[in-house]
Design a protein around this ligand. Structure first.
Ligand code: IMP
Length: 458
C-alpha cells in the first residue's frame, strides 16, 4: 500500500524495538516510552515466555503477552500473527490490567495468531525432562510445542479458537496427534479432550471481542503514516535461525520477525532500535563466552534484579560482548542503540567489554562463530574501561553523566559502529537520557514524560 498520510520529511514514523543480546534487555521500558507518542504498538513474536516489566506512576506492571504500549490509553495495542497466545494467561493479564484501571479497549489479537494449549505446556515440560543433560532450559510455557504445531499445520488459530463451531474440530485434530506424542514418545498420560473443550471454549468466549484481522489494521496504519512501533520479545541470539541453536527460542526475535509476524512489508520500516543492556545476561543453557562466575557477576545480578520475570530463575551474568553485538547490528540492521541498566554498573571498578575472540587454533577473530560448538572454544579478549562510583540514577542530561560513564557509552558506540540514541539509568520513564548523538527522526525527541519534566537532549 502506498503511503498517503501527511508526514514531515524528517519524521520516521515506524520503528522496531529489538533485543540485541539474549533477551531481558529492558525492551519493555523503551517501548513504553516511545508508545507515549505512537499510535500503534504491535508485539510481533514469542509468547508468554516473555516478561516485560514496565514502571509507570501506577507502579510496576509485568506483562507477558499484552504489548508494553498498553499503559498509554490513546493507542492501539496489537498481538499480531507471529505471536503464540496462551488464552488463560492473556485473560489473566487483561483482568489484572482492568483491575488496576488500565483500559484494554484498544487491545486486539490477530485471528491468525496460534493458541498455546495446555498440552503444549505439558509437552514442553516432558520434552525438557527427556533431554536429560541436554536441556534447553525453556520457560516451560508451551511456546516451542505451539510453534511446532503451527509448522506441522495442526495448530489452532485464534480465529478458530474463538469460533464455537470451528473449535471442537480443531481441538480434536490437534489433541489426537499430541496425545499420541504424549503417550508413545514421552510415556506420559493423555489429556482429556472434553475437559479442555469446556474450559477453553469459555476462554474463547472471553477473547472473541479482541480478535481482528490485524494484518489489515497494521497495513492501513502504515499506509496512513501513523506512528507504528513493533515490539520484539526475547533477543537476537535466541532467534531460531540466527541465534545460538539449539539453545534458542522457537520464533524470530530479530527485526525481520517484525515483518514476518505482522504482515508489514520490509519497505515500511524506518528505524531499528537495538536495545543493549550495559552488560550481558542469559537465562537457560548454551555457551556464554563473557560469563562472570565471580562476585562481580553476583553483585550485578543483585543490583540489576536479574531474576526472570516469567520463571523467577536467576539469570547468568557476563560482561558486554561486542563481538556478539556486531552480529546483532548486522542481522537486524540496527541504526541506533538504547543502552539500558547503565546505573547497575555504578561502583564496578573496571568494566570490561569483549572486543574479539581467540579461537582454539590461536587465531583472533572479530566475527561471531555461528555454531554453538565453535562458540564453546572461544576465549574473550577484553577492552577495559574505568568505572565510576557516583549514583547516576538521577541524571537526566547526557553531559551530567560521569566522564567514565560517557566514555563507556561512547566505547560501545565505537565497538558496534552504531550511534547511541538513548541511555536508561533506572526503571522509571523519567530515568532516561537522550544523548543527542543519533540521527533525528524518531518522535521521542519532542515528548514530555508523564508527570515529569520533558526529556531533553544534552
Ligand atoms: P522457550 O522460549 O521457553 O522455548 O525457551 C528457549 C530459550 O529461550 C531458553 O533458554 C529460555 O530461557 C530463553 N528465553 C525464552 N524467553 C525468554 C525471555 O523473555 N528472556 C530471556 N530468555 C528467554
Amino acid at each position: 500500500m502506498p503511503r498517503t498520510g501527511p508526514v514531515e520529511e524528517a519524521e520516521m514514523p515506524t520503528a522496531i524495538v529489538v533485543g540485541a543480546q539474549w533477551g531481558d534487555e529492558a525492551k519493555g521500558k523503551i517501548t513504553d516510552i516511545l508508545a507515549q507518542g505512537a499510535s500503534m504498538v504491535v508485539r510481533y513474536a514469542g509468547g508468554s515466555n516473555a516478561g516485560h516489566s514496565v514502571t509507570s506512576d501506577q507502579g510496576l506492571f509485568k506483562l507477558h503477552l499484552v504489548p508494553s504500549g498498553i499503559l498509554n490509553p490513546r493507542i492501539d495495542c496489537i498481538i499480531s500473527d507471529g505471536v503464540v497466545v496462551d488464552p488463560a494467561i492473556l485473560v489473566q493479564e487483561i483482568d489484572e490490567l482492568e483491575k488496576r484501571a488500565v483500559s484494554t479497549a484498544r487491545l486486539y489479537v490477530s485471528a491468525s495468531s496460534h493458541v498455546v494449549m495446555p498440552y503444549h505446556r505439558t509437552l514442553d515440560r516432558v520434552d525438557e525432562e527427556k533431554r536429560g543433560g541436554r536441556k534447553i532450559g525453556t520457560t516451560c510455557q508451551g511456546v516451542g510445542p505451539a510453534y511446532t504445531d503451527k509448522v506441522r499445520r495442526i495448530g489452532i488459530r485464534m480465529g478458530d479458537f474463538t469460533d464455537p463451531k470451528a473449535f471442537p474440530h480443531a481441538l480434536h485434530e490437534s489433541l489426537t496427534f499430541n496425545n499420541l506424542l504424549l503417550q508413545k514418545v514421552y510415556d506420559s498420560e493423555p489429556m482429556d479432550e472434553a475437559q479442555i473443550l469446556q474450559e477453553y471454549t469459555a476462554l474463547g468466549r472471553r477473547l472473541k471481542p479482541f480478535v481482528r484481522d490485524t494484518a489489515w489494521m497494521v497495513g492501513e496504519a502504515l499506509a496512513a503514516d501513523r506512528r507504528v512501533l513493533f515490539e520484539g520479545a526475547q533477543g537476537t541470539l535466541l532467534d531460531i535461525d540466527h541465534g545460538t541453536y539449539p539453545y534458542v527460542t522457537s520464533s524470530h526475535p530479530v527485526a525481520g520477525g517484525a515483518c514476518l509476524g505482522t504482515g508489514a512489508g520490509p519497505t515500511s520500516i524506518d528505524a531499528v532500535i537495538g536495545i543493549v543492556k550495559a552488560y550481558t545476561s542469559r537465562v537457560g543453557a548454551g555457551n556464554f563466552p563473557t560469563e562472570l562466575l565471580d562476585e562481580i557477576g553476583a553483585g550485578i545480578r543483585e543490583r540489576g534484579n536479574e531474576y526472570g520475570t516469567t520463571t523467577g530463575r536467576a539469570r547468568r551474568i557476563g560482561w558486554l560482548d561486542a563481538v556478539a553485538l556486531r552480529f546483532a547490528m548486522m542481522v537486524n540492521g540496527i541504526d541506533r542503540l538504547a543502552i539500558t541498566l547503565l546505573d547497575v554498573l555504578s561502583g564496578v571498578d573496571e568494566i570490561r567489554v569483549c572486543k574479539a575472540y581467540r579461537l582454539p587454533n590461536g587465531k583472533v577473530t572479530e566475527r561471531l562463530p555461528l555454531r554453538n560448538e565453535d562458540l564453546a572454544g572461544c576465549e574473550p579478549l577484553y577492552e577495559t574501561f574505568k568505572g565510576w562510583t557516583r549514583d547516576i540514577s538521577k541524571v537526566r542530561r547526557y553531559a551530567d553523566l560521569p566522564a567514565e560513564a560517557r566514555e563507556y557509552v561512547e566505547g560501545i558506540s565505537r565497538l558496534t559502529q552504531v550511534p547511541v540514541w538513548l541511555v536508561s539509568v533506572g526503571p522509571h520513564r523519567q530515568q532516561t537520557v537522550l544523548t543527542g548523538q543519533a540521527r533525528e527522526g524518531l518522535w521521542l525527541r519532542e515528548l514530555p514524560t508523564a508527570g515529569a519534566p520533558a526529556l531533553s537532549v544534552a
